[in-house]
Design a protein around this ligand. Structure first.
Ligand SMILES: C[S@@+](CC[C@H](N)C(=O)[O-])C[C@H]1O[C@@H](n2cnc3c(N)ncnc32)[C@H](O)[C@@H]1O
Length: 206
């Protein structure tokens, strides 16, 4: 797996099959805080669904911000194993150790946070989750061009079922197909923050 150092000095990887990086080159960890944890107003007691867990930076941003219960969906065991080789900035190391333990055991729990990782195709594994239970969804697949199956109306509908009324889904993309399919699935779509580029991210409410 090719390592890439992004502009905020945090590391990520490039996926050969998709020919895309796991994060924006403008700053991998910055993206996780600014496009996911902060706009979703992560706070103690929230239940978060991290769709496309990857190396777990979005869940890292959440557990660094508050005491939350996170469930990650990921279909690639190789990237989950790579987590053991990821180095994060000093101030995030303690929390990333929790991500490392969760990646190894598929589960981590302490008095403040819990993390569960479900390995498999997110379109199937999402169906195992409890209905009306999530306060926020971090939606972070590869781009709609490279991974269209995850940006589909049907998958957004399945995710919506798992969200509490008024819950928020955050994603880095503002692609037309992403927003159209979110609307068709019943979401109200708004611009999210623009970080590292001119175009906005997306916040979608159910
Ligand atoms: C852009 S990366 C996610 C980065 C991640 N959020 C992070 O912070 O490291 C996209 C991820 O989606 C995963 N993926 C692709 N297709 C999937 C599927 N059908 N079900 C679950 N995960 C999938 C890939 O293996 C990859 O880890």
């Amino acid at each position: 797996m090719e390592k890439v150092i992004t502009s905020d000095k945090s590391m990520t990887f490039r996926n050969e099959k998709y020919d895309e990086c796991y994060h924006t080159k403008s700053g991998a960890i910055e993206e996780s805080f600014e496009k996911y944890a902060k706009p979703c107003k992560v706070k103690d007691g929230m239940k978060i669904l991290d769709v496309c867990f990857g190396i777990g930076y979005n869940t890292l941003a959440a557990i660094h911000s508050a005491g939350v219960d996170a469930v990650g969906l990921e279909n690639d065991e190789v990237i989950l194993n790579e987590i053991q080789n990821v180095e994060v900035p000093e101030e995030l190391k303690e929390d990333y150790e929790k991500i490392k333990k969760a990646a190894k055991d598929r589960e981590y729990r302490d008095e403040k946070v819990s993390i569960k990782i479900i390995l498999g195709d997110a379109r199937e594994t999402v169906k195992q989750l409890e209905d009306n239970s999530f306060d926020a969804v971090f939606f972070d697949p590869f781009s709609p061009k490279k991974c269209p199956e995850l940006w589909a109306e049907g998958f957004f509908k399945d995710i919506a079922k798992k969200m509490k009324r008024g819950a928020v889904l955050a994603t880095y993309s503002c692609a037309r197909v992403a927003r159209d399919n979110l609307r068709k699935a019943g979401f109200r779509v708004e611009d999210g923050p623009s970080i590292g580029r001119r175009s906005p991210s997306t916040l979608a409410y159910i």
